[in-house]
Design a protein around this ligand. Structure first.
Ligand code: T4K
Length: 377
């Protein structure tokens, strides 16, 4: 087994050259404008809308993905007392924390073993008269069954909000994944494929929503003398937007290197039945998918094997992560939340996210994969 001299982490943020970032800072210094919808944030928002092919009037930028979720949940009325929202327990805590913070109750539905995304069939079984919305997660950037959820939302007149934190750059039938449901949230956290240090973007169906979102992220003040709702501070700042622009300049390269990493793992794991790399099919649910390869999740045969591999790799200076273990329903605030999710539990017990980031050498990826095969024996 190979021991690495430098730690191999699950992810590292892409950084532009220091010279380039410094030279771009000159614009901010000249403007003397740091936050509160400054010119760089406005330009970044315009560029994002172009990249996602969504009218800018149907987008809103935020300081991070969690507050973006919280605000869209509020703006879409999920803060009404007693509201239940069907979502997945196989995700990062933020998906449900944001629900709880607006006063809604998450109800957990199960996922399927191919994508680890929540299924419409599992969600439908949990719908009651208290259900107000469905929040599926495109987990690891893999699209959910978009048509299935659209049908479900229409049938029961529910809001449909996608947690697309991992899915920036993913396309479905050549069209951006930003254009589904009532709204989608993309996270631009530093650990993401594409980032702005911290950041989040909402895309939404109805442009009428924009004014409400823009106000809620700015304390819900209407003017110097008017405030008519409980808002918060969730504005992106100029330095974050500058970093976002630097990353946007190289987005195709960021995705193609992740794909090369994924393909390298796939090559080494080919024909091995004790490590299952989550597939990235070009066609699924009847549509064509352009993946972003944001994460490299693998499944082992059981919990003990996963734990052994996770611990063994550390001894060789390789730091994988058990995204997403434990299941949300096992965290203290969610223990009483209803919904049996055996497949999500199996996934949480057996999954490991492997190192993948810009600058990770493909020869190192090959060695990490070989170490995994050795430690699983
Ligand atoms: N919904 C979903 C489905 C999400 O996955 C997330 C966030 C959200 C909503 C909320 O979006 P944001 O509010 O975050 O925009 C990380 C991220 O903090 C979090 O953004 C992300 N999901 C989650 C999946 O992962 P940790 O606790 O794993 O991060 P940390 O600090 O342990 O870093 C991971 C690895 O990256 C480490 O090996 C260290 C390395 N690293 C990290 C940072 C920040 C670096 O090398 N440099 C860095 O600057 O949560």
């Amino acid at each position: 087994m190979k021991t690495f001299n430098e730690p191999i982490l699950v992810t590292r943020p892409y950084l532009p050259s220091l010279e380039m970032y410094k030279s771009k800072l000159a614009e901010v210094w000249a403007n003397q404008w740091l936050t509160n919808n400054g010119p760089v944030v406005r330009r970044f928002a315009t560029r994002l809308a172009e990249v996602l092919d969504v009218a800018e009037a149907r987008t809103s930028l935020f300081v991070n993905g969690t507050l973006a979720l919280e605000i869209v949940y509020q703006a879409l009325g999920l803060d009404t007392p007693g509201a239940e929202v069907i979502t997945t327990p196989f995700t990062f805590v933020a998906t449900s924390h944001a629900l709880r913070r607006v006063g809604a109750t998450p109800v957990f539905a199960d996922v399927d073993l191919d994508t680890l995304c929540m299924t419409p069939e599992s969600a439908e079984k949990l719908i009651t008269e208290k259900t107000k919305a469905i929040v599926p997660v495109h987990v690891y950037g893999h699209p959910c069954d978009l048509d299935g959820f659209e049908r479900l939302a229409k049938k029961y007149d529910l809001r449909l909000i996608y947690d697309a934190a991992h899915a920036f750059g993913v396309k479905v039938n050549g069209k951006s994944i930003a254009d589904y449901g009532d709204a989608s949230m993309f996270s631009f956290h530093s650990t993401k494929l594409f980032h702005s240090i911290e950041g989040g973007l909402l895309t939404f169906r109805k442009p009428e929503l924009k004014a409400a979102l823009e106000r809620l992220k700015n304390f819900a003040i209407r003017s110097e003398t008017e405030c008519d709702n409980i808002g918060t501070n969730a504005k992106m700042n100029e330095l974050a937007a500058l970093m976002g622009e630097c990353c946007l300049d190289v987005l195709p390269e960021l995705i193609s290197h992740r794909k090369a990493i994924y393909d390298t793992y796939a090559e080494v794991f080919e024909g091995q039945d004790n490590v299952r790399l989550l597939p990235r099919p070009e066609k699924m649910y009847g549509y064509e998918i352009t993946h972003n390869y944001a994460y490299v999740p693998v499944l082992f045969k059981d919990f003990e094997t996963r734990e052994r591999v996770y611990e063994t790799l550390k001894q060789y200076n390789i730091f994988t992560r058990r995204y997403f273990y434990p299941l949300l329903s096992d965290f203290e605030p969610y223990r009483t939340t209803t919904g049996a999710t055996p497949i999500a539990r199996q996934a949480a017990d057996c999954v490991l996210s492997l190192p993948s980031y810009h600058g990770l050498d493909l020869a190192d990826v090959r060695d990490v994969a070989k170490n995994i095969l050795e430690s699983v024996k």
